[in-house]
Design a protein around this ligand. Sequence first.
Ligand SMILES: [Mg+2]
Length: 231
Amino acid sequence: MPKIRGLLFDKDGTLFDFQATWGGWAADLVLDLADGDTGHADLLASRIRLDRLARRFAPDSVAIAGTVDDSVAALLPELPEMDRAQLVDYLIASSKWLTPVEAVPLVPLLAQLKASGLVLGVATNDAEAAAREQLSSIGALACFDFVVGADSGHGAKPDPGQCLAFCETIGLPPEQVAMVGDSTHDLHAGAAAGMVPIAVLSGPARREHLAGHAAVVLPDIGHLPDWLGLA
Ligand SMILES: [Mg+2]
């Protein structure tokens, strides 16, 4: 395998621990939507397969596999006083104040990777502004030379557009760049671009779902320096 000189990271489930970040956010959200009525909050949670007290989604939750619209469609029947647009606005507004939970302490890891000469980027299917806001809130935005979302004009994963844009921007051939992600979407996007697909288990997908699509499966991104031979 050629030497890896660039790393493109997925955001949710890769840089951020998926369940700790989004499970906790959703648990607070359903209680707020229910106006503090825990019975109603439990009903809302069940619609999106969220264990409200454990603050974790079930692996088959629509919130994991689906789009925002799918989650809205699941919740709306239990919210007769809201219409679709109101609920979408509410979800977007509340995700702006989300406190991301890092999969591992990010700034020291990213600093180590950069110090080794690697160029770092982020490609998420979330919106670019949300990604920048969340990375900035933990002091990690400056570590990245490239941050794109599904609304940045390069398409969305599993299509390879974001990956190819990263390689072009940083001037490296795809085979010297790895796509690091927690879902088959990330791995397929990276492979379609000719990059090395690296899977991590800090998202909802299990090893058996990812192993066949990745050059390597790591527990989390904290294992990258070892795998890259930097440590
Ligand atoms: Mg992900």
